[in-house]
Design a protein around this ligand. Structure first.
Ligand code: NAG
Ligand code: NAG
Ligand code: NAG
Length: 316
């Protein structure tokens, strides 16, 4: 094929290849993420709209998150980093909310080099290596905050983190002006865990049994449930750690169990995201096949929205 091409075509192709390389270099050079206002820029209105339109069934969490993140990002000189602890059953939107927060602060969202996601079972799986993990994690936090004070760290499966590892983060979450010349006060830490999920479900179920509207549930109705499970639950990830005693967590954020109608909303949004025309019939068929709790009344979805993306593929 190449042999038959006239020389001027070959020349043209080589030229085009060089031009493409130049464009890629130019693109890379000018779009290199920098730790400044061009790449890190919080927009309160956009976060508010995202929480309203994309997060389903979490009026309490949405309110707390908006208030917490806005207050923190507005402050020129925060006294400590922002520490949020999100609690609830899987599939209720904890990961998703972290993503929304990242997208409304960092131009590149979760892909930003200033956003770090750690999953306990993937990053810190072996109890025997806890010493090594502690050193590593401290180095990661220190190194990344040195490069960019506005770094964000998300810890998934907080309930599976070793307490010693959780404690090793303590200095960075505290009110220190700086530690060895690095200030952590502009960083954001988000902890995700299933701990407290059962207690939150109980509150939601009690409301439902009394015939009250879900929207009437307020933060104060859930606070006791949350603090009980966080303080007393061996599996909460905070057990025997001094994060609690020292009030280093700024907000505990409850995620309610999702109902059938929220699963439908998730399904329709997911179909649109996958590029299909949203079909209510199809999504209903999928939602009907999921598991609900309690078994007879089928009020709360057990898997929430987590498996919907993969489930939908069977029905489309
Ligand atoms: C951020 O840094 C880049 C590269 O140094 C620069 O071009 C840009 O103007 C800076 N943006 C702000 C808001 O300072
Ligand atoms: C913030 O987001 C809203 C909604 O997306 C948008 O209309 C507005 O222009 C944004 N503001 C800035 C300063 O980017
Ligand atoms: C930042 O954190 C990542 C892990 O999330 C780590 O691989 C990297 O080495 C850290 N950077 C610095 C400068 O410590």
């Amino acid at each position: 094929m190449t042999a038959r091409m006239p020389p001027e075509v070959t020349l043209l192709l080589v030229g085009a290849a060089f031009a493409a390389m130049g464009a890629t270099y130019w693109h890379f050079y000018w779009n290199k993420e920098v730790c400044n206002g061009s790449w890190i820029n919080f927009n309160k209105t956009a976060l508010k709209i995202d929480l309203k339109r994309k997060l389903f069934g979490q009026h309490v969490a949405a309110q707390v998150i908006l208030k917490a993140v806005t207050g923190f990002m507005k402050s020129k000189n925060p006294k400590k980093p922002l520490v949020l602890s999100l609690h609830g059953w899987t599939g209720t939107g904890k990961n998703f909310v972290s993503q929304l927060i990242a997208e409304n602060i960092y131009e590149k969202g979760m892909k930003s080099s200033f956003v770090h996601l750690y999953t306990a079972t993937a990053h810190f799986p072996h109890e025997a290596h806890i010493k090594k993990y502690k050193i590593q994690l401290q180095e990661w936090i220190r190194g990344n905050v040195s490069i960019c004070p506005h770094s964000m760290f998300i810890f998934d499966e907080m309930d599976k983190m070793h307490p010693e590892l959780v404690n090793s983060m303590k200095p960075y979450l505290d009110f220190y002006n700086n530690l060895d010349g690095v200030s952590y006060r502009q960083a954001i830490f988000i902890f995700l865990s299933n701990a407290g999920g059962e207690n939150i479900v109980q509150v939601a179920l009690d409301f439902w049994k009394l015939g009250k509207e879900r929207n009437e549930i307020q933060l104060k109705d859930l606070e006791t449930a949350l603090s009980l499970s966080v303080y007393n639950n061996k599996n909460s990830g905070f057990w025997h750690t001094s994060l609690i005693d020292k009030n280093l967590v700024d907000f505990f954020v409850p995620f309610l169990p999702l109902e059938y109608k929220h699963v439908i909303q998730c399904g329709l949004a997911e179909m649109a995201r996958k590029g299909h025309f949203p079909s209510k019939n199809l999504v209903k068929r999928m939602a009907n096949d999921l598991n609900y709790f309690p078994k007879v009344e089928r009020v709360f979805s057990i898997q929430g929205c987590k498996i919907i993306s993969s489930r939908l593929d069977f029905y489309i």
